[in-house]
Design a protein around this ligand. Structure first.
Ligand code: NAP
Length: 283
């Protein structure tokens, strides 16, 4: 371990945050976890000064707060953009040595949905600051306790799997243990100020991703039914109240594809991340 000891971890109660918390504690870091249910609501943390009390003596900040759909009190602009931007600026002011932002694949120059654009806006603020930063852009993260994974798992076990459009768009899921390993490496390496796409070793179609859950359970591939994209968008208007992931923007992002070159991540880790077959064996 380097001389970085005390870590402020936002979003510590989430799927990614929980895994990071455990892994960093095991490595001997002093982790200060925060999240909304622990009394610190990003809606109230949009000024630089509001962060000062939490940054005393902190060496590293990891931001893992995020939402996939907006609700009345949970807006992308505040949670993804305003509060993290204030946090990053406060880090710069308070001498925090290193900041790791959990962004998302697609938060780049081609970003087009409010989710991606709000993530990119905060990433840009962090990249403009004179501190040791990392912007990590994961693809779909899967592993025990992941909420989107439960949805995919249930879908895959239906006798006939409904696919949005033709299901032939690509995803590149990354196992949570590889994302955790990437964050740990960010704490150790000297070369900082890097944006890294955190993706699995190879893209696969969304249909193959769903079928791979069946393969894991030694089930034969299921038949599929393609639901035309525009019909799916119409269904999603109501469906999203039952399954929030079904927001039309999320369907658009899915169809857009969610892939990147794995080489930079493999070089950073010194190995390839786990394949879907290997990762699903850990679940
Ligand atoms: N999971 C993926 O596949 C994936 C892929 C790419 C990027 N990411 C990004 O990774 C980050 C973490 O994702 P996740 O899957 O761990 O999400 P998650 O399980 O939904 O956890 C979200 C975390 O954010 C906290 N949070 C939500 N609203 C808040 C607020 N108003 N104030 C303070 N904290 C708040 C939650 O705290 P409470 O529980 O206390 O409400 C929770 O700790 C997000 O930024 C997400 O966009 C995730």
């Amino acid at each position: 371990m380097t001389n970085l000891k005390k870590v402020l971890l936002t979003g510590a109660t989430g799927f990614i945050g929980r895994q990071l918390h455990t892994a960093l504690q095991e490595k001997g870091y002093e982790v200060v976890p925060i999240s909304r249910s622990m009394g610190i609501d990003f809606n109230q943390m949009t000024s630089i000064e509001s962060w000062h009390p939490y940054l005393e003596g902190v060496d590293v900040v990891i931001n893992a707060v995020g939402i996939i759909v907006e609700t009345r009190g949970q807006k992308f602009e505040i949670l993804h953009q305003q509060a993290p931007s204030a946090l990053f600026r406060a880090c710069s002011r308070m001498g925090v040595k290193r900041v790791i932002q959990i962004s998302a694949l697609g938060a780049d120059d081609q970003a087009c949905t409010p989710y991606q654009l709000s993530k990119k806006a905060a990433d840009d603020v962090l990249r403009s600051l004179q501190l040791d930063w990392f912007v990590l852009r994961p693809s779909l993260v899967y592993g025990l306790g992941g909420s989107s994974m439960q949805v995919f798992q249930r879908l895959s076990m239906l006798p006939i799997i409904p696919l949005v459009g033709d299901g032939q768009y690509y995803v590149q899921p990354i196992h949570i243990s590889d994302l955790v390993a990437t964050v740990r490496q960010c704490l150790d390496v000297k070369q900082t100020q890097r944006t890294l796409d955190v993706v699995g070793p190879a893209p696969l179609t969304f249909e193959d991703w769903l079928q791979s859950f069946r393969k894991r359970r030694q089930r034969a591939p299921a038949r599929t039914i393609c639901i035309p994209f525009n019909l799916m968008l119409a269904l999603a208007k109501f469906g999203r109240f039952f399954i929030p992931l079904l927001h039309p923007d999320n369907l658009r992002m899915l169809r857009q594809g969610n892939v990147a070159d794995v080489k930079p991540l493999a070089e950073f880790l010194g190995r390839l991340p786990l394949s879907v077959e290997e990762g699903l064996c850990l679940i």
